[in-house]
Write a protein that binds this ligand. Structure first.
Ligand code: ADP
Ligand code: ZN
Length: 210
């Protein structure tokens, strides 16, 4: 089962992706995570990616597509994978088609009014990547799961968030039409309810693809 997770920044892709990958036992491939790991390790790709990510822009397609193509060739992707944050442009989607086949696209649709507050209040565990919102932390600064330190992503500030949402509308949202026309999209509505509620709906649909 080869899956794509589609949705605006802050729609809850990351949270759903970890659940889906745990439930169905497939690797969770997040291009954002790959870029952040490269930035942390100060690689050449990291240096390049940082200059775009800090501005809320997309990393160029050629770089991003090559990373994904290489990653999908690894052994653990043989029986399926879950792409989170890729493709993000129609050009990336076309490139992806040249090196693999996609069974289903899970699209998380969400009220845009929720997103800015969600993203700007988001805190991420430095160790395990779990995400929280400041409004529920009651001043806690460490992760409930692993006690790692929580931090705010550099691109989760109001100015960059606005830019990311604009980029989503202009460059990523057209993928909804693209995959609808291919007949592979499943639409879900993300809400302010607990992520479990949405996960159960996604799980039910994905079970039919196994
Ligand atoms: P979010 O979905 O919350 O914006 P991600 O972690 O998926 O966060 O992405 C963070 C940033 O990494 C993006 O704003 C963009 O700059 C870069 N990025 C991630 N995936 C891609 C992609 N497929 N193509 C180009 N840039 C990407
Ligand atoms: Zn943690």
């Amino acid at each position: 089962m080869n899956i794509i997770l589609l949705g605006a920044p802050g729609a809850g892709k990351g949270t759903q992706a970890s659940r889906i990958s745990r439930r169905f036992g497939m690797p969770h491939i997040s291009t954002g995570d790959i870029f952040r790991a490269n930035i942390k390790n100060q690689t050449e790709i990291g240096l390049l990616a940082k200059s775009y990510i800090d501005k809320g822009q997309l990393v160029p397609d050629d770089v991003t597509c090559k990373i994904v193509e290489n990653r999908l060739q690894e052994e653990d992707c043989k029986n399926g994978f879950l792409l989170d944050g890729f493709p993000r442009t129609v050009n990336q989607a076309e490139a992806l088609e040249r090196f693999t086949h996609i069974d289903v696209v899970v699209n998380i649709d969400i009220d845009f009014a929720l997103l800015t507050a969600r993203l700007c209040g988001r805190r991420v565990c430095k160790e395990c990547g779990e995400t929280y919102h400041v409004s529920t932390l009651n001043g806690k600064t460490n992760c409930e799961k692993c006690n790692g330190e929580l931090h705010q992503r550099a691109d989760d500030n109001p100015e960059t968030v606005q830019k990311r949402l604009d980029v989503y509308l202009a460059q990523t949202a057209p993928l909804i039409k693209y995959y609808t026309e291919k007949g592979v999209i499943k639409n879900f509505t993300g809400t302010d309810e607990p992520p479990e509620v949405l996960f159960q709906q996604i799980e039910k649909v994905l079970e039919e693809y196994r």
